[in-house]
Design a protein around this ligand. Structure first.
Ligand code: DI6
Ligand code: FE
Length: 415
């Protein structure tokens, strides 16, 4: 009797575990049973010949395998796009000015309210396929372009449906507190009442959200309003995360630390005090180089200070129509290295184990280790540094999710 379901052979592993950069095991093998990693190590340590050990042997032709990539911050579900606002931004009108003139999040709100479920599903699925083609096996999707009950629920239902119908695990986040809609103009407190008393209970009742997020910014909501939002999330047993310090230092580090948030996202303007407050709380700093790049931001997130305080740092696309129309997590790795000076090892951790941590899933995935889900990306590269090195390449040759091959571009050949 074969002891394993599947054995990956003739492969090099970047396990992203242990203390060495990338957690490399060369000339390796990796066994999968019941959708989980059952064994891994140098091939010479296999307790028999591959064919005797597993019902199925996949020969990877000397390619590299990493944990399946995890995009822990996206706004993939939305109507329309903001290409015309892009033209304005290139003429020198800032993201903030466009927002204040009634564009920005509000213009996507209008297009999203006008889109039915199938339309939202089809456009998001198209975008998602680009990410899955890069070995993404888990991704987060936020609501936040409805800003009314029906549309927020519709966005989250679409996100759940994407996870059922496409070969990826979708983690959903309720971002009702993304911006104040026209119905509540001048009354952000009233809108937060509506979000916490009318929308969140329905979201929870229908099981549509895995976490709650808000936009902590003068364009979004105040610390007192976020406190109220997070208290309501806690009452419903949901973890929280926050868009913080994107355009200014507002002491967001202390705010997320106080709430033991899963993550604090953007973080360009976080202060040394903010980093100190977050250190040791488990909160992950999620860096979003696509938004930094696209909004012509010049304030680089203080990566050296984060590193010095041992803050976990993740990297994500922030895929959204206004500030980061990005559909490549691999490109974000390059941008995190070049623009923010992450090391390529940190960038790989940022889209695997640290991204898993930002979703509260680190015990289950994010590294190649025995017992973790068999979510694996296979790459046509000679060394894992190449994932961060190239600009605009997609060396992904295949992907496995929960032990099943979900993407095959010729990775799984014969011996
Ligand atoms: N910050 C962002 O970068 C996205 N949301 C947020 O709070 C942008 C959303 C958009 O412009 O549509
Ligand atoms: Fe975002």
């Amino acid at each position: 009797m074969a002891r394993w379901d599947t054995l990956l052979a003739n492969v090099h592993l970047a396990t992203v575990s242990g203390t060495e950069p990338y957690g490399i095991v060369e000339n390796a093998a990796l066994a999968i049973s019941a959708g989980r990693i059952a064994w891994l190590g140098p091939a010479r340590d296999l307790p028999g010949s591959p064919q005797d050990l597993a019902r199925r042997v996949l020969y990877l032709g000397g390619r590299w395998a990493t944990p399946g990539l995890i995009d822990c911050h996206t706004h993939l579900v939305y109507g329309g796009n903001r290409a015309r606002e892009f033209e304005l931004m290139l003429k020198g009108v800032s993201y903030t000015e466009i927002f204040k003139a009634g564009g920005g999040i509000r213009s996507t709100m209008k297009a999203t309210r006008a889109a039915d479920e199938d339309e939202l599903f089809a456009t998001a699925a198209g975008r998602m396929k680009a990410l899955l083609g890069e070995g993404v096996t888990t991704l987060e999707i936020k609501s936040g372009y409805g800003l009314d009950l029906d549309t927020e629920l519709r966005m989250l239902r679409v996100a759940r449906r994407l996870g059922r119908e496409l070969p990826v695990q979708v983690v959903t986040t309720f971002l009702g507190a993304h911006a104040c809609p026209p119905e509540h103009d001048g009354d952000k407190d009233g809108y937060i009442d509506f979000v916490t008393q009318s929308v969140l209970p329905r979201v929870v009742k229908e099981g549509l959200a895995d976490a709650v997020d808000g936009f902590y910014d003068p364009l979004g909501f105040s610390a007192a309003q976020i406190d109220r939002l997070f208290a309501a999330a806690k009452d419903h047993g949901l973890p929280v995360k926050l868009h913080a310090e994107q355009f200014a230092d507002l002491n967001g580090g202390a705010l997320v630390a106080r709430h033991r948030a899963l993550s604090a996202d953007h973080m360009e303007y976080v202060s040394p005090e903010g980093i100190a407050a977050m250190a040791g709380t488990g909160t992950v700093a999620v860096l979003l180089p696509g938004a930094f790049y696209f909004t012509h931001e010049t304030q680089v997130p203080p990566v050296a200070a984060m590193r010095a305080r041992g803050l976990p740092v993740a990297v994500a696309t922030d895929s959204n129509p206004g500030s980061s129309p990005a559909l490549s997590l691999v490109l974000m790795m390059n941008m995190a290295c070049v623009l923010f000076r992450l090391t390529p090892d940190e960038a790989l951790k940022g889209v695997t184990i640290q991204a898993a941590r930002a979703l509260g899933l680190a015990a289950d995935r994010g590294t190649l280790e025995v017992g973790k889900r068999a979510d694996i990306a296979v790459w046509d590269i000679g060394h894992p540094v190449e994932l961060s090195y190239a600009i605009g390449a997609n060396p992904c040759a295949g992907a496995i999710r929960g032990g099943d091959v979900v993407l095959d571009r010729g990775a799984f050949g014969a011996a």
